[in-house]
Design a binder for this molecule. Structure first.
Ligand code: GLC
Length: 425
């Protein structure tokens, strides 16, 4: 089986469980891993290292870059009760949506092993007292900038989003006038998917406009600060950001920035290692800072992202699968992934590790950004989170693309969310 089924998963097709023949791969495991940046390679290397010590081969199944597409695929696969994939790499926003399909890992890991990870992530992954996934790497949105360009044009790092836009406009105009006609001021994730939810929540939080749905379940998104934040972002489209940004995900933004064609980029930490690789045209020219405040009395921000490892309830080899998770989420493996790929550890002690900090100096400078990142409202909305997020990113996308004003988009969104809110209130 599994070959065909796994290929189907890869291709994003839905017929997954049909070809499963029990026992066909009794001696091998399958893990689904992301493939953004260096993720796939690092997962393959980690899995191979575990195989070498356990003697159990591991198939690494790659998944679509869009976390929203990945969720749809996982839902199809898990709903069919298929044991094709033993270990799932799951987004920090999914324990509530997918948790019923995963084993409780609290007994398989010692209190010390669990306690080494950030408490907030362990709490996030705990549903009704069951630990549904072990933290693997954490994420927070950060602002990348071209140190060389800011310096050449006499600018300091921006102290606010409005300043970012002004600096971006200035450098974009001057670079284009100097013949650098592909230069863009700012690139980010503007496609209608989960990544836009992250970007837009960051704008709203920077303006002090709340968390879309508050931890007590109230819909807060239609407020003047949130409107101001989204209106500001809409003003970037076609000015400092190309219209094409409306279809960018992480890798498209990184592609433009890394090829030297953008002054600023919002992305996750992984872009650091790739941008500074020897073959990168901008190697050594990159700065990273927290996303700045916006509006009158806003705050610096960054949305909490990150990925965790869960064991499928339908796995035929749950014990081996748990051992693979233990290995991949370990101190040594998280250290390797941090040094090679700038994937943020979930183990606090690694932020004091010299080699990790040498490879990623901003892990130290932005420690507070990583540990205090603003969470999307996935805990409070539970199984409805993806519907909430879909409504949110669609509303923001309409405002960014000029189909609605920020006011109208958020007022309409509020009505839709209040209807959905019956599911969690
Ligand atoms: C990153 C984050 C994840 C988020 C996704 C959105 O992968 O780690 O939490 O949902 O980006 O694109």
């Amino acid at each position: 089986m599994a070959k065909g089924a796994r290929t189907a998963l890869l291709a994003g097709l839905s017929v997954i469980a049909a070809s499963w023949a029990p026992g066909a791969f009794a001696q091998s495991l399958a893990i689904s891993c992301g493939a953004v940046g260096m993720e796939l390679r690092l997962c393959q290397e980690g899995a191979a290292a575990w195989s070498a010590q356990s003697g159990i081969p591991v198939d690494v199944v790659s998944t679509p870059n869009s976390t929203s597409e990945r969720l749809a695929l996982y839902q199809q696969l898990l709903a069919s009760g298929s044991g094709d994939i033993d270990v799932f790499q799951i987004d920090v926003i999914w324990p509530g949506i997918l948790g019923t399909h995963f084993l409780d890992l609290s007994d398989a890991f010692s209190a010390d092993e669990i306690g080494a990870h950030f408490d907030a992530i362990v709490a996030n992954n705990t549903i009704d007292g069951e630990l549904k996934a072990i933290p693997w790497f954490t994420d927070a949105g950060v602002l990348y900038y071209r140190r060389d360009l800011l310096e050449a044009h006499g600018h300091d790092r921006p102290g606010s989003w409005e300043e970012m836009a002004a600096i971006a406009a200035d450098i974009q105009a001057k670079e284009r006038a100097a013949g650098n006609d592909r230069m863009q001021g700012f690139v980010f994730q503007g496609n209608a998917y989960e990544g836009l939810t992250c970007n837009a929540l960051e704008w709203i939080d920077a303006w002090g406009g709340g968390q879309i749905i508050e931890p007590d379940g109230t819909t807060s998104v239609n407020n003047p600060r949130a409107v101001a934040a989204i209106a500001e972002a809409a003003s970037w489209i076609g000015t400092i950001s190309p219209r094409g940004v409306l279809s960018y995900q992480e890798e498209e933004a990184r592609g433009v920035f890394q090829s030297g064609h953008a002054v600023f980029m919002r992305n996750w930490p992984y872009a650091w290692a790739l941008g500074n690789a020897p073959e990168s045209p901008i190697s050594g020219k990159i700065g990273v800072m927290a996303l700045p405040p916006g509006g009158e009395d806003g705050q610096a921000t960054g949305v909490l992202g990150g990925w965790n490892l869960a064991v499928s309830r339908y796995s035929n080899q749950p014990e081996a699968a748990k051992d693979l998770v233990r290995f991949l989420a370990s101190f040594e493996e998280q250290k390797r992934r941090a040094i090679v790929g700038a994937y943020n550890p979930t183990i606090a002690a690694l932020y004091e590790n010299q080699e990790v900090l040498e490879a990623n100096p901003f892990f130290g400078d932005l420690y507070d950004t990583f540990t205090n990142a603003v969470a999307r409202p996935s805990a409070v909305t539970g199984t409805r989170y993806n519907q909430v997020s879909t409504e949110f990113w669609n509303a923001v996308h309409r405002a960014l693309s000029g189909q609605a004003t920020a006011e109208a988009a958020l007022a309409d969104l509020e009505r839709r969310l209040q209807r959905l809110a019956r599911g969690w209130q």
